[in-house]
Ligand binder design. Sequence first.
Ligand code: G
Ligand code: G
Ligand code: MN
Ligand code: NA
Length: 254
Amino acid sequence: LRLENALREALQDNQLHLHYQPQIDLASGRLYGVEALARWTHPEFGVIPPVRFIPLAEECGLIGDLGRWVLREACRQLAAWRAAGLSVPAVSVNLSPTSFHNLDLPGMISDTLARNALDSADLTVELTESVLLDTHPSTMKTLTEVHARGVRLSMDDFGTGYSSLSYLRRLPVSELKLDRSFVADLEHDEAARALSGAILGIGKSLHLTVVAEGVETPTQNEMLREQGYPVAQGYLFSQPLPPDEFARWLGTAV
Ligand code: G
Ligand code: G
Ligand code: MN
Ligand code: NA
C-alpha cells in the first residue's frame, strides 16, 4: 500500500521519467526511431524498475494514468527535440494490455499528437501478445481505431508468446519486434538463427517492419544485417538514455 501511494504521488510530482533508446536503420545507419521506456526514482526508496512498478500500476488501477502520462511525455519530448533542430523520425511507447480496454484511447492519442503539432506517423504504439489473452470486448475496437488513425502498432517481444501467428492475422500491426532472446542466442545456436530468419520472412511477407531487439555485439548485428533485418535496437548502439544524453548521442553518433 505504501508503494501504491508512492506511485500515485510519483505520477503527480514528476518522479517518473522517460529514457530513450535509438532504433537504427541498418541499411543507412541512420536513426529509424526511438523507444521511450519509463523510469521511476523515488526520493526515499531510490530507483524502482519498471518490472516492479508496471505490474503495481496494473494492480492498483493506475495503469491508465501511467499510459496517458507516457504518451504525453513522449510526444512532448519528440516535439521539443524537433524544435531544437534534432531529426528524430518517430517515438515508440509501450502500452499495457489494460490500456486498450479504454475506448477513449484513440481520441486521447489524437489529441496528444495534435497538441504537440505531431502527425500520426510520428508515433508507434508497442503492445505485447497478451493484449489478446485478456479478451476484453473493447480491445479489438480500440486497436483497430488507433490503426485507422494512422498510428503504427508494433508487436513487442515477438516469438515468445502463445500463438503469435494467429494473432498476426487478427491484429492490425505494422511492425514486429524480434524478442531479444533470439538475438542473444544467434551466435551460438543454429535454431535461434533459423528462427530469426523465419520471423523476418513472415514479417516481410505481411509487409511489416521487423525490428531486432537486444543487439549487444557487432557479430549479432552483422548476422542480422546479413539476414536482411531492416532495423536493430540494443546496447550495441546505446542504452536507453535520458533526453539530454540522447540528444548528445544523436549529435555525435548519427
Ligand atoms: O526498460 P526496461 O528494460 O527496464 O523495461 C522492462 C519492461 O518494462 C519491458 O517489458 C518494458 O516493455 C516495460 N516498460 C518500460 N517502460 C514501460 C512503459 O512506459 N509502459 C509499459 N506498459 N511498460 C513499460
Ligand atoms: O519489453 P521491451 O522490449 O519493451 O523491453 C525493453 C527492455 O529491454 C528495456 O528495459 C531495455 O532497457 C532493455 N534492453 C534494451 N536493449 C537491450 C540490450 O541490448 N540487451 C538487454 N539485455 N536488454 C536491453
Ligand atoms: Mn518495447
Ligand atoms: Na521487447
